[in-house]
Design a protein around this ligand. Structure first.
Ligand SMILES: Cc1cc2nc3c(=O)[nH]c(=O)nc-3n(C[C@H](O)[C@H](O)[C@H](O)COP(=O)(O)O)c2cc1C
Ligand code: SF4
Length: 438
């Protein structure tokens, strides 16, 4: 994986500042680095005042959708007499994304602090951190850190002597991509099969155990203590001067055909071409980058030409015909077969579909079969129309967006690399033995 790498001078290391520093994992080590000062401050504030600071900072959810965090918190009706819950989404199963794992491995107390502040700000006494089942090391680290924080009275009843109860619990997932979808995650915590729920009702009304719930990503919550410590204005100025809608720093996981893979933290608005070439070293072995999937496997594939001039923030990625998503950046060089890479992604989604919706259950399976047939050299010219028609049926018509996520690489890949599919169908090209990525 090549991580922790030597930090690049063009990175802005806020969340990743202590990655690779073993001492920062312990409670004492974290306190030495200013840990839990933000929680102490937060427990002396009104929950709505914390919500306002987070709103002012412009922080948006780092789990994929980019929804404004302070606004999401304000949907929780304070004083309604019901128990509230915060769920921290640490499922991180999106191909290409591996940033939350590093936050948990190296700075577990930063996440606990963010969870405790978030819980208090939405009127919750309990936060569950739902960790992907395969993440054995992060799970151990988080459990140990929670035990330490509980023993020291930082979390629990009378948290930090405030008289307020804030608990943080670790919950181990069982290894299903779909459990990262927020309502499937809640079902899984409740001990049910991890199937997404039909919305409405939205989680802020009826979430975990049928009670008001907020779900936030690991990176989102970890940013919160920094915002309280250093102020909303400090966070907000880390943005393009002409785009105040994307603020702060962002962790980018970079993998595939790239010379220096790893997690990099840069300010919103960083130039994507320079990031891939200068910061990450470009394609290895003198090859050229052919395609990039910037935001995890669910976002549109773009060409190097589109990526080179793109800007790394939510709006910049949309302008480049893709999305920021979870910033799990998969780099594909000119030695790779795009049909083969796209077929591989489709197989992933077919495997992970929970099968509740016909369009998704059938669509992901048919898409995979057709793509694998094309890759095997048995495709037909009609396959293009069939693939696009299935993709259309899979988009915007299901309970959750896993179905759309399978259609996205197919449609964007066919739009940009149709010639590679055609070459396989007409057998004019024999591809080099592909190197698998992602
Ligand atoms: C199939 C699927 C998988 C998802 N997996 C994750 C995940 O692993 N981690 C995550 O934070 N969000 C994931 N999400 C998004 C969550 O549903 C949710 O929007 C997010 O956790 C909200 O946190 P945020 O507002 O802090 O971004 C997934 C969504 C879908 C549809
Ligand atoms: S879209 Fe797919 S994964 Fe999502 S609920 Fe429907 S069948 Fe399940």
């Amino acid at each position: 994986m090549g991580y922790p790498h030597t930090p690049h001078p063009r990175e802005t290391r806020v969340l990743s500042e202590h990655f690779g520093v073993a001492e920062a994992r312990s409670l004492d080590g974290w306190k030495k680095r200013g840990g839990y000062q933000a929680l102490q401050q937060a427990l002396g504030m009104e929950p709505t005042a914390i919500q306002q600071v987070v709103k002012d900072s412009g922080l948006r959810g780092r789990g994929g959708a980019g929804f404004p965090t302070g606004l999401k918190w304000s949907f929780m009706k304070l004083g309604d007499g019901k128990p509230h819950y915060l769920c921290c989404n640490a499922d991180e199963s999106e191909p290409g994304t591996f940033k939350d794992r590093e936050i948990m491995r190296w700075t577990p107390h930063a996440l606990i602090e963010g969870c405790a502040i978030g819980a208090y700000a939405i009127g919750a006494e309990n936060c569950y951190i739902y960790i992907r089942g395969e993440f054995t090391e992060p799970l151990d680290v988080m459990e140990r850190a929670c035990a330490e924080a509980r023993a020291a009275g930082i979390i629990g009843p009378n948290a930090m002597g405030s008289g307020k109860t804030v608990n943080v619990w670790v919950h181990k997932g069982a290894g299903a991509y779909i459990c990262g979808e927020e309502t499937a995650l809640m079902n899984s915590i409740e001990g049910k099969r991890g199937n997404p729920r039909i919305k409405p009702p939205f989680p802020a009304v009826a979430g975990l155990f049928g009670l008001p719930t907020t779900i936030n990503n690991v990176e989102t919550l970890t940013a919160v203590p920094h915002i309280l410590n250093r102020g909303a204005a400090w966070y907000k100025q880390m943005a393009r001067p002409d785009n105040p809608k994307s603020t702060g720093t962002k962790l980018w996981s970079v993998c595939g055909n790239i010379a220096r893979p790893g997690n990099y933290e840069v300010q919103m608005g960083f130039p994507f071409g320079e990031f891939l070439q200068d910061v990450c070293g470009g394609a290895p072995h003198g090859r050229k980058i052919k395609a990039v999937i910037p935001g995890g496997s669910s976002v549109p594939i773009i060409t190097w030409e589109e990526a080179e001039s793109a800007v790394m923030d939510y709006e910049g990625m949309v302008a480049a015909n893709t999305m920021l998503g979870s910033a799990g950046c998969i780099v594909i060089d000119d030695a790779q077969s795009m049909p083969r890479q796209i077929a591989r992604l489709a197989r992933f989604y077919a495997h992970e579909s929970c099968a509740q919706c016909t369009q998704c259950r059938e669509g992901t399976a048919w898409t995979t079969k057709i793509l694998e047939r094309i890759v095997a050299g048995d495709g037909t010219a009609e396959d293009f129309d069939t693939l696009l028609s299935i993709a259309d049926n899979m988009t915007g018509k299901t309970i959750c967006v896993l179905s759309d996520s399978c259609a996205t690489p197919v449609v964007s890949g066919l739009q940009r690399f149709r010639h590679e599919f055609e070459a396989l169908i007409t057998r004019t090209t024999v591809h080099a033995v592909p190197v698998l990525v992602g």
